[in-house]
Design a protein. Structure first.
Length: 344
């Protein structure tokens, strides 16, 4: 734990975002606790060490772990040696001015951008100078559910009642003789197909769009990457940027609706679309929960949370599945299991 600093010293913020510490770590003074990061079963990545350094308040002298924690702590400014408690992971000055919007700065980082954006920090991000644009780029998690859940329910009803009319047939544009009627009883299966297709789309977008590596010489592609996903990897616990704001989401959702309407009969396309939209809402809710929730150990969500944390802090080039790891298997981007904590 971090002891209370003396008067005149800034106290670090709390650390509620770390998974619950086991008793032997939670009750260990700061210095031995940090040393424990090197050994089993609590080995931490370089990014995890950088993250912890944001809460650095001072160093303890050897032998003072059990008594007089406050009085024996060496606070910043009092120490005689470099603060090397995290094995040299402590960085220098940042490459951007956090007092100004970041979106127009990151493009100038060039070759340094990729490394910088994958070194997460625990602080909010401002993207735009305009308060209006800034407000449209952020949203609370429950807004996504409030906006899209009614749309899913309404479009599900429209799809089912339209199929019930018996006028929807597959391949009717090619031949009427061999076209296949689509009955209303098929709607649940078409809906589930839409959800399944969303899970694939989720993986493909996350891997090939969000995790593209923009050319170091292209200011605009770097800026676009940061807008789409880089901001999330830089500040993974900015609660206002964990879900897709409804206004820009509407544009993307409208695009996929149009594609389905071109490829499939109108009602069939709508039925697939509403299943995909439901899959998206579930994905966004799960993504927020994986960052801020505390699932019970041994549950499916606990495993997903550990998996997603690995993606953010250690394996940014794998583990692209968020609501499911399913697509990481055939695409061979599964995070190796041996990197997780092993228990007796």
């Amino acid at each position: 734990y971090a002891p209370t600093p003396p008067p005149g010293t800034l106290s670090p913020p709390g650390m509620p975002l770390h998974p619950p510490f086991p008793p032997e770590v939670a009750q260990t003074p700061l210095l031995p606790g940090v040393a424990a990061l090197d050994g089993p079963p609590h080995r931490h990545s370089a990014n995890a060490r950088r993250w912890l350094e944001q809460y650095y308040v001072g160093e303890m002298e050897p032998g003072d772990e059990q008594v007089g924690v406050r009085n024996h702590l060496i606070w910043p400014g009092q120490q005689k040696t470099r603060p090397g408690m995290l094995s040299g992971s402590r960085g220098g000055a940042d490459l951007v001015d956090w007092q100004k919007p970041l979106l127009w700065q990151v493009g100038y980082l060039g070759e340094k951008y990729d490394e910088w954006v994958h070194q997460p920090v625990d602080r909010p991000i401002r993207l735009f100078h305009s308060d209006l644009l800034e407000s449209l780029s952020k949203t609370a998690w429950y807004v996504v559910f409030m906006v899209w859940a009614p749309v899913v329910l309404y479009l599900s009803w429209v799809s089912y009642t339209s199929l019930a009319q018996g006028n929807t047939r597959l391949f009717s544009s090619f031949t009427t003789e061999y076209s296949i009627p689509v009955h209303k009883y098929y709607f649940p299966f078409i809906f589930l197909l839409g959800m399944f297709l969303w899970s694939l789309l989720e993986y493909l977008i996350h891997r090939f769009v969000f995790h593209m590596k923009p050319p170091a010489s292209n200011y605009y592609l770097i800026t676009l990457h940061f807008l789409l996903h880089g901001q999330h990897h830089k500040s993974p616990f900015d609660s206002s940027r964990l879900v897709f704001p409804p206004v820009p989401a509407s544009l993307v959702i409208g695009f996929f609706y149009g594609v389905l309407q071109l490829l499939l009969p109108e009602v069939l396309g709508l039925s697939v679309f509403v299943g995909g939209l439901c899959g998206y809402v579930i994905y966004d809710m799960m993504h927020y929960y994986l960052h801020y929730g505390s699932p019970k150990k041994g549950t499916y969500l606990y495993g997903l949370k550990a998996y997603h944390v690995k993606h953010h802090f250690e394996h940014q080039k794998s583990g692209f599945g968020i609501s499911t790891r399913f697509w990481d298997y055939p695409f061979r981007t599964l995070i190796p299991e041996e990197t997780f904590e092993k228990e007796d």
